[in-house]
Design a protein. Structure first.
Length: 82
């Protein structure tokens, strides 16, 4: 189990060109004895350094997996080590 902030990076791709649609961070909080419960998602500014890193990483994954066409939904855990 990884500890850190959990992000969602959504893309749509055509012929290997990936367009980021949205970057979100999950709002997770400890509740009723559980380590966390998902309360919702908060938009992340696409121009932030955080989002730029996540988008670049996700696009690299899409390229590596040859997911060249269609929508994608990536979930990334950003730990203290990156």
């Amino acid at each position: 189990f990884l500890k850190g902030k959990e992000y969602v990076v959504d893309h749509v791709s055509r012929d290997g060109v990936h367009k980021c649609m949205m970057v979100w961070v999950y709002d997770k909080r400890p509740t009723n004895g559980a380590a966390f419960v998902y309360y919702g998602m908060i938009p992340v500014d696409a121009n932030s350094e955080e989002a730029k890193l996540l988008i670049k990483y996700t696009q690299g994954v899409l390229d590596a997996l040859k997911l060249n066409n269609g929508p994608s939904h990536g979930e990334i855990m950003m730990t203290s080590d990156g």
